[in-house]
Design a protein around this ligand. Sequence first.
Ligand SMILES: [Mg+2]
Length: 228
Amino acid sequence: MSKYEWLLFDADNTLLNSSKAFPLAIKESFEAINVECSQALMERYESINNKYWIQFEKGEISLEQIKKERFSTILSGLDIDYEPEAFNLLYLNKLVECTELYEGTIRVLDQLKPHFRMSIITNGMREAQRPRLHKTKITEYFESIIVSDEIGQSKPDIAFFDYTFNSIENPPNKEKTLVIGDGLSSDIQGGINYGLDTCWISNGRENTSKLEATYEIASIRDLPGILR
Ligand SMILES: [Mg+2]
């Protein structure tokens, strides 16, 4: 019998196959404004986008800044007269359409549901995050869903986890709570900051950071194995 009672799941690249959905949604967004999305354009976007999210996790910029700015350099560089914020919305709508679960996720959730309380903790934009989760039909598995943009706090901050612990009735104590996610600087750092055990989903990557998760698994499908 597992010592945990409450599982806190990250969404992107943990439950949702976002490494597939993100580039697909970008490609479709550019095509929607008649721009061919070359490999170079994709790489340029990914590098800019990653930089923004890293700054965001460090608390250096706001999510509003990402919404307003992440496409501005790219669009002006391409000499395209399209409002960056509007393009961001176009992208988020495409992202909802492109979102899907990792294969086997429903089977895992079905397996865990009788034994654990479960919540989703996600750093994401309010315009897309809940619609994406609804689209995948997994919301019924979770007692609460915390979206950073809706509460003005984000992982890895302690305030985000304070909010999470207030989001359900009689939350189990910290020793009985496990954070599960692919993000070292958000999920694992956040769990460590709050004194929670963590399970890092490597998705085949190597952990080159100094952060040590309590468990490491390759994919969500391996989760039931460590919770026996
Ligand atoms: Mg993630």
